[in-house]
Design a protein around this ligand. Structure first.
Ligand SMILES: NC(=O)c1ccc[n+]([C@@H]2O[C@H](COP(=O)([O-])OP(=O)(O)OC[C@H]3O[C@@H](n4cnc5c(N)ncnc54)[C@H](O)[C@@H]3O)[C@@H](O)[C@H]2O)c1
Length: 426
């Protein structure tokens, strides 16, 4: 497909479920919707375990889906239950997740507890015969992630993870372009996520500190790696269709010295077997550069988060205009004399092109959640979706380990799974 010659109006303007089917080759999991017309009259009953901030965000979409009944809720913190009941007033409430799992009328569960609670809940949920949607990062260690993934294979139950970029229209389109070679050979992927806040939540009473601010403590979180890097590292394996071999980096608490145990300043370098590089940087005391994944090919760059792409060979500005711009910016001490055909070496400002005609309304979470519903109804696990989620978690955990141990680490062979592994060992 010649994207370069394509007019912007030819791009998909709105990404409905029907529009998604265009992306099956590059992103096979979107096939989850292939039978959505047939499943119109079907309904599943779901339980939400940990309906805190994210869990309730997911519930917003579930409660709008006519194929879903949010039938059960479980949380150890009463205010979370009360807020969730406002979204699903008819749901049964359980204080212990095991009781919810014993409810035979529940077909599947969403697990949105803090990271350290995911593993036992997900393993027990599979044992209880439930389909599972687990928020990212899925496990606290790579081994936990590996066991969860294998449990999904053994039981044949549906397993999705909270990697919504997999259904974000900007990312789907960007990846289709990357895989079609529009940006040439991709040799580097630069990812970063910067904020300027302490990441703390207000705590109503001191004994709740570790429950409410679980992100800041090592026993329940691996900080920026498991909370943010997880999303961005997944972009690298999606783009390059393989996983990096090694990782090294540095992490420290340099600004928010407030008793937290997780780093507020991180830089990691992941390298692929052919020497290609993916970096992840995160600092939460400066938000100027925000967040982005920059996929850099020898012909161009795509920035899916901004929804833009940039070709390398941008046409230079007319010489005279460029000269005026440069003078205005005080780049030159003196005015160089030349005719209007004079063109400086600096290229014209490259404002790029938009990936989609207009900014999509969602970030893919609605589609991800509804794809899980379709998969659970049809009992068909979409190709590669669990693997993408597994590697996203495994890679951020390996990065965290490298930061903790202050050394370069190699992705362990025993934890390689699925299509990426098969591709690599062919
Ligand atoms: N995909 C995304 O973009 C995204 C965004 C935000 C959060 N998340 C993930 O969602 C998860 C939750 O994050 P959050 O911000 O909603 O946290 P949160 O603290 O707001 O909510 C967690 C809820 O789980 C409850 N809980 C804790 N232990 C429990 C247990 N054993 N049984 C039942 N309930 C328990 C807490 O009381 C709380 O209500 C994390 O894994 C996080 O990484 C994903």
């Amino acid at each position: 497909m010649d994207f370069k010659g394509m007019k912007r109006r030819d791009f998909l303007k709105n990404m409905g479920v029907a529009g998604l089917t265009a992306f099956v080759a590059s992103s096979p999991w979107v096939s989850a919707f292939s039978e959505s017309a047939r499943t119109q009259k079907e309904k599943i009953r779901l339980g939400i375990i940990g309906p805190g901030s994210r869990g309730r965000h997911l519930m917003h979409f579930l409660c709008k889906n006519p194929k879903v009944e949010v039938a059960a809720l479980c949380d150890i913190y009463r205010p979370s239950i009360d807020a969730a009941l406002r979204l699903a007033p008819g749901a049964k409430v359980y204080a212990d997740y095991r009781q919810l799992l014993d409810d035979r009328s529940v077909d599947g569960v969403f697990v949105a507890t803090p990271l350290n609670a995911h593993y036992p809940i997900v393993m027990d949920a599979f044992d209880a015969g439930k389909h599972v949607f687990c928020e990212k990062s899925i496990g606290y260690t790579i081994e936990e992630c590996f066991r969860m993934y294998n449990k999904h294979l053994e039981t044949g139950l549906i397993f999705f993870t909270g990697q919504q970029r997999l259904f974000d229209p900007r990312y789907l389109k960007a990846m289709e372009m990357v895989h079609a070679g529009i940006f040439g050979e991709v040799n580097a992927i630069r990812t970063f996520w910067n904020r300027n806040d302490d990441w703390r939540r207000q705590v109503p009473s001191p004994e709740l500190e570790r429950l409410i601010n679980w992100r800041l403590y090592r026993e329940s979180s691996k900080g920026l790696m498991t909370e943010l890097a997880c999303h961005q590292l997944q972009i690298g394996s999606w783009a390059l269709q393989k996983i990096p071999e090694t990782v090294m980096g540095h992490g420290a608490i340099t600004y928010w010295k407030d008793g937290r145990e997780v780093y507020d300043n991180i830089s990691c370098i992941y390298t692929f077997d052919d020497g290609k590089i993916m970096t992840f940087d995160s600092v939460i005391s400066n938000k100027f550069y925000g967040l982005e994944e920059q996929i850099m090919g020898h012909l161009g760059t795509v920035e899916p988060e901004k929804g833009r792409y940039f070709f390398e060979d941008v046409a230079p500005a007319p010489g005279f205009l460029q000269m005026l711009n440069d003078v205005e910016r005080k780049l030159f001490d003196a005015l160089p004399f030349a005719g209007t055909s004079w063109a400086p070496e600096t290229a014209n400002e490259n404002r790029g092109e938009f990936i989609l005609g207009e900014r999509p309304k969602g970030d893919g979470t609605d589609l991800l959640v509804n794809a899980f519903v379709e998969a659970a109804i049809t009992r068909r696990q979409p190709e590669r979706i669990a693997e993408e989620g597994y590697y996203a978690s495994a890679l951020c955990l390996l990065g965290d380990q490298a930061l903790q141990e202050k050394r370069a680490l190699t992705f362990p062979d025993e934890f390689k799974i699925g299509y990426l592994n098969h591709q690599r060992t062919k």
